[in-house]
Ligand binder design. Structure first.
Ligand code: FAD
Length: 465
């Protein structure tokens, strides 16, 4: 006999657990099925451990550069096992809190690998011999690290991010294949730990999803930091050798290093789970959904990395909450339908040194959409707090002529902390004059955002407008 719930969620990562929590708050009886640990990629193998590693990297840089601030100190050693154990302790604390939250909300957690099947004419999730049914099901099985043909992740010399996070000894040299967010973050941290890093990127620039000015700024700083970058270069072959790995590029260049991190993107975890077999349409492996995140099967939804678009934890949270509220609205529990989740309104952060923040449209995207646009870049050289931190970078605004700000792009140490204000500006369609009227605390990096808007509003303070 099938166990019956109001909602069954398959996968307890950011998208799945957020959906379960919101649904439980709305008094749904929820089953959350997870084959590994509640929290998923972000908590156990993604956002949290990488950011802990990057924080340790920042500590290393602070020690190394202490003399520039009159504090003389030296690094004795980088104990990578110690870094991993620090990251583990952060993950463990968050995991404990999250598990408590899930339990206290009365959610039934089912431990096991689930599969979408049909039972008595209904879609259900089966785990071993048990069946879990509900009027609404949510697919939230996430994503996996992709590789390239002929490049098999062996976990020893050819690593994906999962293995790279478990390394207990630093390599002397590493090739990072892929200059997207994950590749750039690892390259940054490893360089801070003293590793000789080469990034290989097939596209002409790093972080190619960002405004080109941001890529240029990142590449400038990475070059100064001693990170080698080979862009516009595709890998043609790769072999392991006795001492490490040897990679040949399409232009004949040969690179050697102790190990390779393969960071060429993440694919949706949709195979072998019964999705297409039960009528759930896929496209390039991603689950096809409408704007309400409903799949081709009515009553079956998909959230998070399974859905084509930005693969970010906070987008997964937003998807999960949306689906729970949408179901509640359709069943009459909520009066108003929730607002649909649009990727353009999702903030993007790369936590390397320097950090990168973007929200909304790049200059080129805005030009394509609106024709003419106005832009302004405020150099962090004019920002007191950035000078104190000795960071370089800028805040770039993109605005519709005589209209609202449609894109904010920032690069520099610690700019991730400005992402909240940046998203309020674009998501509330603020005009430069609206933001120029807000008072930004001095000295803070948020002043750079204020100054850029003052300039676009025609009344620059510490810039030439
Ligand atoms: P997942 O978190 O992948 O969760 C899916 C869950 O489903 C997993 O727990 C899995 O075990 C489970 N599952 C799969 N199949 C089954 C099955 N058959 N039965 C039961 N359970 C199953 N995002 C950010 O926003 N900020 C960051 O700083 C950031 N850093 C990252 C760093 C790295 C190295 C990586 C890899 C990712 C990072 N991300 C970051 C992305 C973020 O982790 C993902 O966008 C997010 O985890 C997606 O959530 P999800 O719920 O869709 O999938």
């Amino acid at each position: 006999m099938a166990a019956s719930f109001d909602l069954v969620v398959l996968g307890a990562g950011s998208g799945g657990y957020a959906c379960a929590l919101r649904a439980a708050q709305l008094d749904f009886n929820v089953a959350l099925i997870e084959k590994d640990k509640v929290g998923g990629t972000c908590l156990h193998r993604g956002c949290i451990p990488t950011k802990a590693m990057l924080h340790a990297a920042e500590v290393a840089d602070s020690v190394r550069m202490g003399s520039q601030f009159g504090v003389h100190a030296a690094i004795d050693k980088i104990d990578l096992a110690g870094v991993v154990s620090y990251a583990d302790s952060v993950v463990a604390r968050i995991y404990k809190g999250l598990s408590g939250l899930v339990n206290s909300n009365g959610i039934t957690v089912v431990h096991g690998a689930g599969r979408l099947t049909r039972h008595d004419g209904h879609h259900v999730v089966s785990v071993d011999d048990e069946t879990y049914q509900a009027p609404n099901l949510v697919l939230a099985t996430g994503s996996y690290s992709r590789s390239l043909p002929g490049l098999e992740i062996d976990g020893a010399k050819i690593l994906a991010s999962e293995q790279a996070l478990r390394l207990e000894r630093l390599p002397t040299s590493a090739i990072v294949l892929g200059g997207g967010v994950i590749g750039v973050e690892f390259a940054s941290a490893w360089r801070s730990f003293g590793v000789d890093v080469t990034i290989v990127e097939a596209l002409p620039r790093l972080v190619s999803g960002e405004d080109p000015s941001i890529s240029a700024g990142l590449e400038r700083t990475f070059r100064k930091r001693g990170i080698t970058m080979v862009t516009g270069a595709a890998m043609s072959s790769c072999q392991t050798t006795e001492s490490g790995v040897r990679m040949e590029l399409a232009d004949g260049q040969v690179l050697e290093a102790e190990l390779i991190l393969v960071a060429v993107g993440r694919g949706p975890q949709t195979s072998g789970l019964g999705y297409p077999e039960t009528g759930v349409d896929l496209e390039d492996g991603f689950v096809k959904v409408n704007e309400r995140l409903e799949t081709s099967v009515p009553g079956v939804y998909a959230v998070g990395d399974l859905v084509r678009g930005l693969q970010l934890a906070h987008r997964g949270f937003a998807h999960g909450i949306f689906v729970a509220e949408d179901i509640a609205h359709r069943t009459g529990l909520l009066k108003r339908p929730p607002a649909t989740i649009v990727d353009l309104g999702v903030p993007r952060v790369t936590y390397s040194d320097p950090e990168i923040v973007s929200i909304g449209l790049s200059e080129d995207e805005a030009r394509t959409r609106f024709g003419e646009v106005e832009t302004f870049s405020y150099d962090l050289a004019g920002n007191g707090k950035s000078q104190i931190l000795k960071t370089r970078g800028f805040v770039k605004l993109v605005r519709r002529p005589s209209g609202p700000v449609v894109g904010v792009h920032m690069i520099g140490a610690r700019v991730s902390e400005l992402v909240g204000e940046a998203q309020l500006i674009t998501n509330w369609d603020a005009f430069p004059a609206d933001v120029a009227g807000l008072i930004h605390a001095h000295p803070s990096q948020s002043e750079a955002l204020g100054e850029a808007h003052l300039a676009l509003a025609g009344k620059p303070l510490h810039s030439h407008g």
